[in-house]
Design a protein around this ligand. Sequence first.
Ligand SMILES: Nc1ncnc2c1ncn2[C@@H]1O[C@H](COP(=O)(O)OP(=O)(O)OP(=O)(O)O)[C@@H](O)[C@H]1O
Length: 276
Amino acid sequence: MDDRPAIAPGTEPGAEPAPEPAGEPVIALRGVTATLGSRPVLRGVDLTVRPGEVVALLGANGSGKSTAVRAVVGQVPLTGGELELFGRPRRRFRDWARVGYVPQRTTAAGGVPATVGEVVASGRLARTRFGILRKADREAVVRALELVGMADRIKDSVDALSGGQHQRVLIARALAGEPELLIMDEPMAGVDLASQEVLADALRAQVARGATVLVVLHELGPLEPLIDRAVVLRDGCVVHDGPPPEAVGQHALPGHDHVHPHAGPVAEPIRTGLLT
Ligand SMILES: Nc1ncnc2c1ncn2[C@@H]1O[C@H](COP(=O)(O)OP(=O)(O)OP(=O)(O)O)[C@@H](O)[C@H]1O
């Protein structure tokens, strides 16, 4: 067996390694493991997201997608492996103003009623000094609400919103801090079609300004044109890391649901309920 170290194309032994094409990773997971209860949910996940990339994290229910992004934002402790944010080990990372996070939507309502403006302003706090919102912060809140088409609802109670509008507000909260990295867990789940289009436009604007995005998705849907790369989890392991799966590729992926509309001879790639 040839046990010489592998040499990247274009490098000579002893030469400096070629610089990474797209800069230092914004997110880097290496061999990450995590356990919830007694269940190993992440079982050696490698995942790299580089500046300006839009990466979709896909996989069947229970494959560990939410756990992976919750690990990235510090809500799930690791049992092994390494996790870095902006080149720093996560446990030493403090610069949370650089990160916008949209958690998986829950149906649980309640708590103290807040206005749309208050909820979105809470996403700006990490950018403020001592939590005091200045004019620039208030303008950022309005801008974020404009991006999701909700600026006219700024004074309304969030209790008065539909599910899709509520989700738009949660995304505006993440955008209000003008984060370099946006992490979203199933932002389109349970969202009406009109809101999905608005959210896709909002995300397009973030990508255009150079934001890096990691988005957990059930299926690519309206975000598909924005996705650079897809990482597919199965039982807590990465089983695909590359181009977003298309019709043919889906067959090769575990969890493919085999629900197809009948396609014509020059049909578009089939997007089914991806990997559910
Ligand atoms: N607090 C917990 N204690 C024990 N097991 C948990 C806990 N939270 C989640 N799990 C289990 O961990 C596994 C992975 O869950 P996770 O939510 O990360 O999956 P997912 O890929 O995001 O799925 P979904 O699409 O359903 O959100 C599931 O089997 C889930 O039941």
